[in-house]
Every structure is written in structure tokens, then in C-alpha cells.
Ligand binder design. Sequence first.
Ligand code: FE2
Length: 379
Amino acid sequence: MATATLETTAPVRDTFPINGTDYIEFYVGNARQAAHYYRAAFGFQLIGYRGPETGTRDRASYLLQQGKIRFVLTTAIRADLSPEARRIAEHVEMHGDGVRDIALWVDDARDAFQKAVERGAVPEREPIVARDDDGEVVIASFRIYGDTIHSLVERKNYRGLFMPGFRATAPHFAPSDVGLKYVDHCVGNVELGKMNDWVDFYARVMGFRNMLTFDDKTISTEYSSLMSKVMANGNDRIKFPINEPAKGKKKSQIDEYLEFYKGPGVQHMALATDDIIRSVTALRDRGVEFLSVPTTYYDELQGRVGRIDEPVDTLASLGILVDRDPDGYLLQIFTRPVEDRPTVFYEIIQRKGARSFGAGNFKALFEAIEREQELRGNL
Ligand code: FE2
């Protein structure tokens, strides 16, 4: 597994400063029930709400938080009342529940938006200022792959909970967290031949660099393959791997996603923890289902990654994968898709020195997905 190419050139200057992921917004069919799932199964807290009770009549949004991770789950209540609500309903009809917006936290949203558009981004929403008694938030958005967007969020003049329109909630049901801390990376699946277009987009528009490339020979099984390039921003806090299918004997998992999501979109989000054994144990106990790996994976583990702190038998019983990069190692595990369409899933990741990704796990993941694809009749 040595054919992944790690690019070592560091950026000279960050031409598109981003502080971090601000929130991830999902458009879903039933936000109230989806919120319950993320609270009960993933240990998120429901901290805010916007809907008819707060004066927004056409849609409802639930704001969930765990560590620095913020999810917004939004549904249309009356698609006939506004173009915005109609767009939400159409998104859900087309894609199923899915990610609409990977929102990025910036110091100056107007400036970032202007730069992005000058460099070729397609605007979705011009900068608007949302105000309430706690100050103001400036937000603007541009389009990325499929129906997905990046919002740019400036909140330096805001002291409120999240954003004007949201009301704080303090529900009786408040399950304990599972130790999830921040969004490590968000992966996009795009059509055959489009990966490099999006790699170029992130480089040109947002000054990202290609930190790692997996070619179709690295990530291939007997049946199918994919290609992936990891794009990272100036401070390496934001990583957007882009996958595209590659030709194989059978249908690639990326093709399956594209077919069921009806186009490109976010495939998985990786949520970081400081204690993956604790987090994964808790998630499993609450009903989150993970992909399994063959026990032979662990027979070869020590030879492949060397000494690690965690007991291998515990990792094997939970199905946690281990990989190395030049700086250290990482532990990761992948959930099954979290909805009926085989589209969006999650990764739980713990980094112990490693800043990028290893190729060995990618292949193990790919084979695990393929076993499930076969059960679905989509291989
Ligand atoms: Fe990942």
C-alpha cells in the first residue's frame, strides 16, 4: 500500500482564511425525528430551534451540538409558502436526506464571498446581514458539486446562541455525549471524470492544496475501484477529499451513491474523538451500526502499522481500523449508511500524530462497503 502520493509542498500564503467548519446543514424529510436520532444515537444536544413557534412558518430547523460540531437539520413544513421551503422539499425528494451546506467560519464573509466569486465560484446567495438583540451575523453562499453549497459565516459581531431566528432550547431529554469533538473532514462523491475539476476548483477558488492522492490502483478490489484526492486549506483544519468512480468489473460504491443520491453530494463526514474506543463503544450501545472488517485485518495489523497504544483485541472486537502516515497513526471506523438510500454515512476518527490518511484502511473500507453493496443487489 505505498502508492498513495503525499504532497509535501506547504502553501506559501493562505489566500482564503477559514477558521473552521461553522455548521453542517442537512435537508431532511422529518427534522424532528432526525434530530431525535442524532441525540439518542450520536449523543448530540439539541440546543436551538427555529420554526413556526419562533415565527418561521414554512420550515423548521433543529440545531444540534457536540464538542465543536454543529448540525442543523432543516425540513420544509409548507413548500407552497416560499421558494426557500420549496427548494428544501425538492432537495429531499431528489436526494433523500442529505447535506445541503458545509458552512465555513470566516472573519469577513463579504470579502471571502467576493474573492470566491472573482475566482470563479457560482454564487448561491449574496451576502445578507441577519440581526437581533445579540448582534449580527453576515452570511453568503456559493455552489459546489451537485446541489451542495458552502456558506461563509461571519459571527465576530454576534454574541447569541447561533444565528438570529433561532431560540435556545433546554429539553428534558439530554443524553450524554459520546466524546465527539470536531469535524475532521467531509468527503464529496462526484461523477466519473469530474474529480480533477473539483480539485482545481478548491485550489483556484479557495487556495486549497492537494495533500494526498489515491489512484485507482491503490483503492481497488477484485471488482471495482475509485480515485480520491484530498484537498486541504491553508491551516490544514479543513479537508475535503473528492472521490470519483473508476472503471472495474462491477459497479463502484461511488456509482451506487451517485445513482441513489441522484448526483454528486457529500458521502461521509468524519467526526473526531480523543478516545475512539469509548466513543465507538457508546455509539454501538445506542444503536449506531458500523461496517465490519474480516478478522484477518487484525492478523496483519501489527506488521503493517507497528506499535500502537491500544489493545489490538479491543480494536478487533469493535472493528476499528488503524493506519499510518509519515507523522504518526490514526484509528478510524465507518458507519453503515444512516438512511435507507445507500448514501450518507459517518466516520469516527482519532488521530495520534497522523495528519493525513493511510491507504490500507481505504482498501479495507472499500471491501467492507462492497460486501454490503452486494447484499443490496447493487454490486
Ligand atoms: Fe474519511
